[in-house]
Design a protein around this ligand. Sequence first.
Ligand SMILES: [Fe+2]
Ligand SMILES: [Fe+2]
Length: 347
Amino acid sequence: MFGFVNKKSSLSYDMFDLHRSAEEAKRLNKCGNIYHRGQDLAWNGKEVLDMLVAEYGKPRLSEPHRKALQKIFAIILWGELAAWRISAQLADRIEPLEAKMAATSQVHDEARHFYVMYDYLSLLGDVPKSIDWAPRQLLDLVLGSEELAHKLLGMQLMVETLALTIFQSIRLAAPEPILAELMKYFEKDEARHVGLGMQYLPLLVKDMNKLQRARMFAFQFKILSYGMLETKIIEKELESLGIDARDVMERGRAKQMTVLKETFHALGIDAEKGPVMKMFGFAGELMFPAIETRGDKAAQRRAAWNALRGEAPDIDPDAIEQHSRHDIVTAKGKTASRDREVRAKAV
Ligand SMILES: [Fe+2]
Ligand SMILES: [Fe+2]
């Protein structure tokens, strides 16, 4: 009759009782800083878009360029909605307070990214109603995963770095000035989201057995496969905007290798040199050959085998950090330009 009284609460009342080592405390403190930086650096999407339209006028593009941007940014638009939902799942499921706070601030950021991208694409013309098969599979895989570590690896380390790569490539090619400026705002936020994965994921992986780790890296392999297919699908559109898909692939690989190294090195796992990244290098040489090997199948196969044998490219320690240094106007009306120094003091 009073069975409902014994029902276990879903509130984690013991969240403050969890024992923390010094290393865990340091990592979680950094997660807490991500939340506070997210508040300091929050920007008003409506105001920023209005400000940029006032500065540059409504976006005007040739029809082929407009179509190319619509196809690429269909993935970004719906990807932002997926990121919003995934970060809300993380905010709900992560237990330690500071990491939960960091995920919560990401929810706030992704909501802003989604509505700003919707407003921008509306200015550009019709808003894309769907996306291609490969990016849809990728996002559904991360959304549907029940494993917290898989979700974090998929979202924070793989999807976020892929997004950063596309944003950076569009900003540098600058096919349209408002979009190029907006990318700085997006990049600054996404770099923080990668930070949550780098700080919190090791705390989940440290107690995993070999089989659990193998399953996690198999999940990473799936994500990367869909990511490469996605890049292939938009290759022509990138090219029409003056962006070489090979450069996108190399940039993305450098970012992913950097975050994998920084995330897993403390656990003694060389994920950046592991079989998944080697396969990524192998497939990359065949799918997006370098200028020197284009049109030469034998040279492409040789490059692919070299990538598989472990001749990994150098890691760029600034691959993620550079995105946090953009100048942006925050909702408080300040220009945040020295984020790196602020971060150095805070962390
Ligand atoms: Fe985002
Ligand atoms: Fe993000």
